[in-house]
Structures are given as C-alpha cells and as structure tokens.
Design a binder for this molecule. Structure first.
Ligand SMILES: Nc1ncnc2c1ncn2[C@@H]1O[C@H](COP(=O)(O)OP(=O)(O)OP(=O)(O)O)[C@@H](O)[C@H]1O
Ligand SMILES: [Mg+2]
Length: 522
C-alpha cells in the first residue's frame, strides 16, 4: 500500500469573485498515520487547499490522490466517504442544539420507521466521547459551551463520520494553554488509533512540538516541505514570510498619569443570573499603562470584560472611564466616552461578514462629520480612509468594498483590529489580539498597542497567552474563581511559573485575601 495517505499535486485556484489567485500549482503530500503541519502567513492559501480537499471549493486544475488512488471530490459528503473530515477555522455549530444533535446532524441514526432515534444518537455520541477522550456532556446546549468545548464538539462531528484523515484548521488559535495541552493529547491519541492529522497553525512552538512533517505555503505556492527534524522555528518563520521577525518589544516607558479606567467592587452574575462570575473586583488602569489580565479561562475574565463593554449587566459596583460613570451606559455611550474594544469572538461579535470592509470599518464613525453630511454618507471620504487602513494593516483584499466574509481568517481579524486600533481611545480593551495572526501581523499589532499606550491611553489586555502578556503588559492582574488574587509588576524578573501559581489558586497576595480566610484562597 502507498505510504501516502494524501497527495495533492499541481493545485491551482483563482476565486472568480475577486480574481484572487489563492493557489498556484501547490503540492501537498501527507504520509499515512503522521501529524502534518500546514503553515503559511495569512492569506497564503492554507484554508483554500483544505477546502478543495473537502469538496467545499473546486480547484481549477490539479489532481488529488487518497491512499494512492486518484479521486474527484465534489462535496463534503464525497470527502467523508473517502474518510476525510475537517474542523473549520470558524466553527459551524448550531447554538440552540445539544451537543449530541450537533454531532450527528446530517448523519442521524434512524429507527426502522425512518425517524431520528435521539436515544441512539445520544448513546453513540457518549461512547465516542468516552473512547476518544473528548469528554463532553452530550445533552448540554452548545450555547452554554466555552470555545474549547465547542471545538471538541467539532472534532467529535468529524470522528462520528468515521474520518481517517482529520484536518484541523487553526485549532489552537482560540484555545487557552490548558485546552491546547488537552487538544495535543487528543491529536496524539488519534495518531495512535492509526489516523492521519493535518494541523494548520501559526504558532511555531506548537508546530515544532506536535508535528512530524511540515509543508510551507507562501502566496499559494508550496515553498518547502519535509520532516520537522530538518527545520527549526526560525527557518519555518523565514520561509513563511520571507524575512525573520522578532516579536520582542522594548515596551515603551511612559509616565503614568491619572486613571483612565477605574473598576470598583464589581460584581457580575453568570449567564443564568444564578451565581456570581465576578465577585467584587477593583482595579485601575492608568493612562500610558498596559494592564494584562491573566487567568485560566472560565475564572470570570470574559464576564468582567462583558460588563466593562456593556454586554452584561452589573449587579453591584461601578465602572468609570476618564472619571465618567458608565456602569449602566449603552455600548454607544461607552464608545463616546472613549472606550474601544476588540472582542475575542471577532466573527460573532466583531464583524458583519456580509458587509464590506468599508462598512465594517466606519460602522461606529458614519455619523461623524468626517463621514456624513446632512444625513448622507460621504463615500469618497470613507473609501480613502479605508484604503489607508488597508495599506497600513496589510489587509490582503482586492479592495475596500470587498465583503469581509470572503477574506482569509487572519485578514478578517485585521479588519477589526484596524477599526479599533485606529481610533484614539482613552481606554482600549483588547481580548486575544493575535489569535489567528501570522508573525508579521503579530509584530504589527504589538507595535500598535505600544503606540496607543504612548499616546496616553490605558490598555486592558486579556490574553490566554502568557508570553503575550509578559511581552506587552506593565502590570499583570491574575484572576482566579472570579476574584483578583495578585497584581504583579512586570519588571523583567517575573516568571511564567510565578503567575501560574496565582492562576491555579495555589497562591494569593495578602491584600487580595477574602476577610476571614487564613492563608490562600477559600
Ligand atoms: N470565498 C472566497 N472568495 C474569494 N476570495 C477568497 C475566498 N476565500 C479565500 N479567499 C482569498 O484567497 C486567499 C487565500 O485565503 P485562505 O483563506 O486560503 O488563506 P489562509 O492561508 O487560510 O489564511 P489565514 O491564515 O488568514 O486563515 C486570500 O487572499 C483570500 O482573501
Ligand atoms: Mg485560513
């Protein structure tokens, strides 16, 4: 039997809508039962290549061999029949359905009457979850799940259909460090079971850790491929972007001024309003300061941010921006007070995918004098403003009127970043600013954050990536079980381990102890 599970040769693809040549004679060969990383900068063509393999896009030319036999793949169903399954960069789950319903959707077990056998579906999903180590309750609604759990559901969907070749499109860009550890053990387990895994990622360290083989795409062309042992992170990065990029920043020294953001004794309830997710949190962010929030996800960080930006009611306590109380203000009023926000869920909360780049960028500015006159939008002004941002943020698009939904994943991120980072906020709240971005774009975002800080804004950075927090933040607040447990100056001697102890609730600084508790957390 051929040792290649998969071979794609001479694959070319031009998207007609925008005349973008996404792939140009690309080559992709994957050994059976291996873990293969597919890498390349934003817009390099990774997702397109995998969509072609899944029958979701048609190549203009090229051949596909699965287990040594040439195949035509016209639909996702064809791909599944050949044992190929893909977990997409942007999840495709139905929020209102339970886990089991989502997993079996389109391939439901039916009784002899032809009616979907819900009981059988539930049982099968439970067994699959147990066998694969992807532990998740089949009955819970997807809307209740964290991003990491949603991803498990997506992987279960693929396994349920019997995939032998599992493609994961940027599975880790939305995961916390612990979730990544779990995912890696799942990937290794899949390999032990004889499956082949294709893994798309921008994180070089991960690629070096998990993969055995690597293929590098640049501008739709396969630049290099081979065993991971013949590469190192620097070489891969260089091959991806054609230059070496250093992510270190010297963190500009700024004079700390008055508080831009003041949060006082904030209490926020969870989604169902039953328990407190944020249990009395107080802190300030000065102008000219980057404050990082670290914590294992699910310890109140997202509820805190939702309360700050007005997506979740405050139960007790107050929030002030530049001295103005915004605790109960609308999101629009918050923006007017100088609060800008980059959400972690950029597709769901940050962008309107069916609208153009221009519409997405001026959505919060169209009523200002620059962009409107007597109720009419000044299209020329809007267009040239966007063209400038497209150049500065290196958004790969045919033009400013192009729908955001048709951009590559990383380029969608850049549109949102461009909108938020180009305003001159007093307070900027940034969640996971570099999810899904390639190194060059990460460098760019770090520089913008430093620049906004130098322009005297206060920045609150929420990131699951400790290295990112250590690179950018002047001070680090650690959250655990809905409370702050530490405030640490990032003076260069702080270690990941020290922060980790606070994150896990092993340690708590005296000033954050609950009255009545002896030493550490209650
Ligand atoms: N449906 C589409 N219609 C038109 N153009 C598209 C479509 N999907 C992708 N493109 C374009 O094709 C190119 C390659 O995109 P692709 O999504 O394959 O990149 P990628 O390597 O996955 O990038 P990222 O790391 O940002 O996800 C990009 O220039 C993108 O704008
Ligand atoms: Mg992609």
């Amino acid at each position: 039997m051929d040792e290649l599970a998969l071979e794609m040769t001479g694959i070319s693809k031009t998207y007609e809508v925008n005349n973008v040549r996404a792939l140009n004679n690309a080559e992709f060969r994957v050994k059976r039962n291996s873990i293969h990383a597919l890498v390349g900068e934003n817009g390099a063509g990774k997702t397109t290549l995998m969509k072609i393999l899944n029958g979701l896009e048609r190549a203009d030319s090229g051949r596909i061999f699965v287990n040594g036999e040439e195949r035509t793949i016209k639909s996702a169903r064809d791909a599944f029949t050949l044992g190929i399954g893909m977990v997409h960069q942007h999840f495709r789950l139905i929020e209102d359905f339970a886990v089991a319903e989502n997993v079996v959707l389109g391939a439901e077990p039916c009784g002899h009457t032809g009616i979907v056998d819900k009981h059988a579906a539930r049982k099968r999903v439970q067994k699959l979850a147990d066998d694969s180590g992807l532990r998740i309750d089949p009955d819970v609604r997807v809307s209740r799940l964290s991003i990491g759990q949603r991803q498990k559901v997506e992987i279960l969907r693929v396994l349920y259909r019997g995939a032998d070749i599992v493609i994961l499109d940027e599975p880790t860009s939305v995961l916390t460090e612990q979730e990544i550890v779990d995912l890696f053990s799942t990937i290794r387990r899949l390999k032990e079971e004889g499956k082949t895994v294709v893994f798309i990622s921008h994180k070089l360290q991960e690629i070096m850790t998990i993969s055995e083989e690597v293929t590098i795409l640049r501008g739709g062309v396969t630049i290099d491929s081979g065993s991971i042992s013949s590469f190192d992170a620097k070489k891969i990065s260089f091959l991806m972007v054609g230059e070496s990029v250093d992510l270190k920043t010297s963190r500009p020294k700024t004079k700390l001024e008055e508080d831009a953001l003041v949060v006082d004794s904030l209490r926020v309830k969870d989604r169902r309003g039953l328990t407190e997710a944020v249990k009395g949190v107080s802190f300030g962010v000065s102008r000219g300061e980057v404050v990082g929030i670290a914590g294992v996800s699910g310890n109140g960080q997202s509820q805190l941010v939702e309360a700050l930006i007005g997506l979740r009611g405050v139960f007790e306590g107050s929030i002030r921006v530049d001295g103005k109380d915004i605790t109960a203000s609308s999101t629009r009023r918050r923006r007017e007070c100088g609060l800008a926000y980059i959400p972690e869920d950029r597709i769901g909360a940050g962008a309107s995918v069916s609208s153009s780049i221009t519409e997405n960028i001026i959505v919060d500015k169209y009523h200002t004098k620059t962009f409107s006159r007597t109720g009419w939008i000044k299209y020329k002004a809007a267009r040239s403003y966007c063209e400038d941002l497209i150049t500065r943020f290196d958004i790969r698009t045919p033009g400013p009127l192009f729908p955001v939904g048709l951009l590559s994943g990383g380029n969608i991120q850049k549109v949102i970043l461009a909108r938020e980072l180009s305003s001159a906020p007093s307070v900027l709240i940034v969640c996971e600013p570099t999810w899904g971005l390639d190194v060059r774009s990460i460098r760019f975002v770090y520089d913008r954050i430093d620049e906004i800080k130098s322009n005297r804004a206060g920045i609150l950075l929420v990131s699951s990536n400790l290295d990112e927090i250590l690179t950018l933040a002047d001070r680090i607040l650690v959250m655990c079980s809905g409370r702050l447990v530490a405030s640490l100056e990032n003076n260069g001697s702080l270690t990941r381990r020290e922060i980790g102890e606070y994150m896990m609730g092993i340690a708590c600084q005296p000033e954050f102890r609950e009255p009545g508790t002896q030493n550490e957390l209650s």
